[in-house]
Write a protein that binds this ligand. Structure first.
Ligand SMILES: C[C@@](O)(CCOP(=O)(O)OP(=O)(O)O)CC(=O)O
Ligand SMILES: [Mg+2]
Length: 323
């Protein structure tokens, strides 16, 4: 992929899209990564934050034995064969009685590659709010509560931060609207936009195996990568080409997310913005040296692309992961 191909791929990723994953530049040592299968070796969860113009939050009252009567945001585990948005709409309909449309990803949480939760800001588009008369195994009821006085008990307090994220996003959108791109993927993997910046110049790490491309790292489902979280796969790829001990690596967050779900393609590709910088202060005009032939630094010279990338970097204009 000559520079115009790379330019197109980077522009697509910055727009929340991106090419489908053809291969990986880094994978866990040993066995080739096993294809992911929902409800077998990976669990994906969807969760919706509805925040009305009156600053009210939609909560559901849980019916499950282990948390019966407690309140939570509409959320649930994805089922095989559905897209992420279909899962969100199904869970909201089952638990709150409403039809909805997602507005944007607000956050992605992961406890290693086998458990990933997609948090959306969403808006109701119809349906009838579920009352206690329609209580069933999915939920006892749903109700709107002022954000300043949510009901108790809550199933878990992790939703308080998510409600806050929604309120902040409504107040000032820190990133563009980002929704999953429906593209098939067999693995849990991450496409990296690894950047090095120096006085308004930005370089991006490019993989050279095959056509030049934005590098992709496969996440392992083994206990080591589970414990370390998805950042392990990013650090593994960077260690293969950079001397990390004199660099600071920061995983900024998501630019996009690719998943299909239909036709047994349960994998996901997270498009992740990463920065590398030298630990020692002082202006370093050139990016760190790359070991081997499998990667190079591509100086982004196309003006519009460079300014888009610098803007995203300076504003941390990404979907937070585990934050
Ligand atoms: C897993 C949660 O994020 C909540 C969503 O899972 P549910 O227990 O509500 O699953 P469903 O029965 O499919 O609705 C809570 C957690 O501890 O992660
Ligand atoms: Mg649920």
């Amino acid at each position: 992929m000559a520079s115009e191909g790379l330019t197109g791929a980077l522009a697509a990723v910055l727009a929340g899209q991106g090419p489908s994953v053809q291969s990986c530049d880094s994978a866990p040592a040993g066995e080739p990564p096993v294809p992911v299968r929902l409800r077998k070796n990976v669990c994906y969860v969807v969760l919706a934050v509805f925040l009305s113009e009156q600053d009210e939050v939609l909560l559901i009252q849980e019916a499950k034995r282990e948390c019966r009567g407690s309140w939570y945001l509409p959320a649930g585990r994805m089922e095989p064969g559905e897209t992420i948005v279909e899962a969100l709409q199904r869970e909201v309909k089952e638990e709150a009685g409403l039809h909805c449309e997602p507005e944007t990803l607000l956050s992605v949480e992961e406890r290693g590659p086998s458990w990933v939760r997609f948090v959306f800001l969403a808006r109701p588009t119809g349906g009838i709010l579920k009352t206690s008369k329609e209580a069933d195994a999915e939920s006892l009821q749903a109700a709107w509560y002022p954000r300043s006085s949510l009901p108790t008990p809550l199933r878990a307090h992790d939703i308080l931060h998510l409600v806050e994220l929604a309120a902040q996003y409504r107040q000032q959108a820190r990133h563009p609207l980002i929704l999953p791109q429906e593209l098939p993927c067999d693995l849990v993997c991450q496409r990296l936009v690894v950047t090095f910046t120096s006085t308004q110049t930005v370089w991006v790490l490019v993989g050279t195996v095959g056509m030049p491309h934005l590098p992709v790292t496969a996440c392992g489902l083994d206990p080591v990568e589970q414990r370390g979280g998805m950042k392990m796969a990013i650090l593994r790829l960077l260690q293969e080409c950079l001397t990390l001990h004199h660099l600071v690596v920061e995983i900024k967050g998501l630019l996009g997310l690719q998943h299909l779900g239909r036709d047994h393609s349960d994998g996901i590709c997270l498009n992740v913005l990463v920065t590398v910088a030298f630990r020692s202060p002082g202006i370093q005009d050139e990016p760190p040296k790359i070991r081997g032939e499998n990667f190079f630094w591509w100086k982004v010279t196309e003006e519009d692309l460079q300014s888009q990338l610098l803007k995203r970097l300076q504003g941390s204009s990404v979907v937070p992961v585990n934050r």
